[in-house]
Design a binder for this molecule. Sequence first.
Ligand code: GRF
Length: 217
Amino acid sequence: MASLKLAVLISGRGSNLQSLIDACAEESFPAEIVTVISNVHGVKGLERAHKAGLPTVVIDHKEFKDRENFEDALHDVISGAGADLVCLAGFMRLLTGDFVRRWQDCLINIHPSLLPAFKGLHVHEKVLEAGARFSGCTVHYVRPDMDSGPIIVQAAVPVHGDDTPDTLATRILEQEHRIYPLAVRLIASGRVRVENERVIIDGAVAPDAGMINPAED
Ligand code: GRF
């Protein structure tokens, strides 16, 4: 099977980018990264990409007169690199409906909660404030509304009584690094389709392949 070409969009640390770099380094992994795009100069994620020998581009949103111009540049770089799938990995710019529709079902994101709960920023603080017993992470197709769209893979983690936002974030991040490559692998293997705004994997609506329960490891 031909390798699925990924554009990975980052704004910072890039640990999820690293999980994709590591997955793509495995010979049997059905995807490859063709470009890493950051909207911020000098971030750690760019360093990771350089180290892996990947092409990088910085598209600084501050250099554009408006969101549309910025997104046109983004679109051109992604298309020019020949990417089939755009992976948002800690990309901290909201994308307009126009951009999202141009990449309909070819644009995915990772979010550190069990969506649709706890959208937006300061997720772990909100989880602790709410007294939720479980949290986790989600890889989903992107839709124009923030942190919404058909769910591809989720992993759940317990919330402990003595958790701080940092300890919870660390427990969840570990699972993020498992589910992002898993979601890409499922898509790249042609096992995922979207039907009525729900993801079907291998023909099933609530597939085992789309759930990681670390408690069962
Ligand atoms: C992750 O927690 C991701 O879920 C969220 O932003 C964070 C990015 O971390 N969207 P990193 O840059 O991948 O290390």
